[in-house]
Design a protein around this ligand. Structure first.
Ligand code: HEM
Ligand SMILES: *[C@@H]1O[C@H](CO)[C@@H](O)[C@H](O)[C@H]1NC(C)=O
Ligand SMILES: *[C@@H]1O[C@H](CO)[C@@H](O)[C@H](O)[C@H]1NC(C)=O
Ligand SMILES: *[C@@H]1O[C@H](CO)[C@@H](O)[C@H](O)[C@H]1NC(C)=O
Length: 330
């Protein structure tokens, strides 16, 4: 049955030469005809949520990254645990107790389903929401069109988050390799790391290899400030958060690169951008704050949001972003 379905799709692809459907190519204004208000509905929900809590905007930007690096941009990150699949990506170590923004995606999906049932994928909503959050948190300086046409996946495996999401203790070559596996280059990596100019990190993400070691290049006064905020007896229930960018905490801007230069960043992966001449030059360039980073971030976000997009029989338009359609009533 599935094979016949796939064959039918293959044949119609050959017959119709419908590149967008067959190869998963994305298009700007994809829902223009089928759900013209889709993007406006999503951005209204994102605006409402970010007004209530700017940190959720940071969460939405990170959600796109964590979706796209594992199984592609297919909303696999949104799937809840079920008896059939008790350990989805959401419960993977990098995501559990850390990701936020799921409720915003649910609210946007509900509103979009009301307007156009069964039409807009959860994967596209994640991409639109990350774009909208970037626009709002940057004070409208990051302003770009997000191509759409992604389908939602049916597979989500928590273990794969450890295989594909970069760990905070990665060094320069580890980071470059990690991004290369997903078709992103060194510049994409440096540019997208600028998202660490918003949001938070838990103490557990940086205490051990940034504060509790002599090999860290962290600014000593920044380290003392952080130490006061992170308890010695860290645990799941005692794990405070710290702002990633203590200078302009809620603004998505190039301040991150100035922080990297001053050794006032939380993660080893942030500090690692100074350890190769090529990436250090980019950091110095973007730190100038002349608007070039914002333009590069727009392009890099579109590249990020295009990773391994699903099409045809590989995906579906979920009814509820937390469950695949097959399991919908379970
Ligand atoms: C370069 C490799 C990267 C590493 C190692 C990394 C790692 C991390 C870690 C450990 C945290 C803190 C999580 C916590 O403690 O709760 C974090 C937060 C965050 N990351 Fe990354 N990240 C990377 C790249 C990116 C990219 C490419 C983006 C998006 C374009 C991104 C966006 C964010 C945002 C917005 C936050 C704050 C989330 C919030 O406040 O809820 N990161 N990252
Ligand atoms: C969307 O469709 C309408 C009506 O067909 C058209 O006027 C408008 O220019 C289209 N917008 C984009 C961005 O394609
Ligand atoms: C999840 O992925 C890991 C590899 O990261 C694999 O070993 C495991 O079999 C997968 N689990 C399922 C249920 O497919
Ligand atoms: C960091 O060092 C302190 C003092 O030696 C110790 O109590 C704490 O458990 C360490 N924390 C981590 C996460 O390694």
């Amino acid at each position: 049955m599935a094979a016949i379905f796939k064959l039918a799709i293959l044949i119609s692809c050959v017959l119709l030469w419908a590149a967008a459907v067959c190869q998963g190519a994305l298009e700007v204004s994809y829902y223009n005809k089928t759900c013209p208000r889709a993007e406006a509905i999503v951005s209204a929900e994102v605006r409402k949520a970010v007004r209530a809590n700017a940190g959720v905007g940071a969460g939405l930007i990170r959600l796109l990254f964590h979706d796209c690096f594992v199984q592609g941009c297919d909303a696999s990150i949104l799937l809840d645990p079920t008896t059939a699949n008790p350990q989805p990506e959401k419960l993977g170590l990098p995501n559990r107790r850390s990701l936020r923004g799921f409720e915003v995606i649910d609210a946007a999906k509900d509103a979009v389903e009301e307007a156009c049932p069964g039409t807009v994928s959860c994967a596209d909503i994640v991409a639109f929401a990350a774009r909208d959050a970037s626009y709002i948190l940057s004070g409208r300086k990051i302003d770009f069109k997000m191509p759409a046409g992604r389908l939602d996946g049916r597979y989500s495996n928590g273990t794969e988050t450890l295989d594909f999401l970069p760990a905070p203790f990665l060094d320069h070559s580890g980071l470059v390799k990690n991004f290369a596996k997903k078709g992103l280059d060194v510049e994409d990596m440096v540019v997208l790391s600028g998202a660490h100019s918003v949001g938070r990190a838990h103490c557990s993400s940086f205490v051990q290899d940034r504060l509790n070691t002599s090999s860290s290049d962290i600014d000593p006064s920044f380290a003392r400030w952080l130490r006061r905020r992170c308890p010695d007896d860290l645990s799941d229930t005692n794990n405070p958060t710290v702002r990633q960018d203590t200078v302009t905490a809620a603004a998505l801007d190039s301040q991150y690169y100035a922080n990297v230069l001053r050794h006032r960043v939380l993660l080893t992966s942030d500090a690692a951008l100074l350890t190769s001449p090529e990436t250090a030059r980019m950091v110095r360039d973007y730190a100038k704050g002349d608007g070039q980073w914002e333009r590069k971030f727009e392009t890099a976000m579109v590249r990020l949001a295009s990773i391994d997009v699903k099409a045809g029989a590989d995906g579906e338009i979920r009814k509820n972003c937390r469950f695949v359609n097959y399991n919908y009533n379970y």
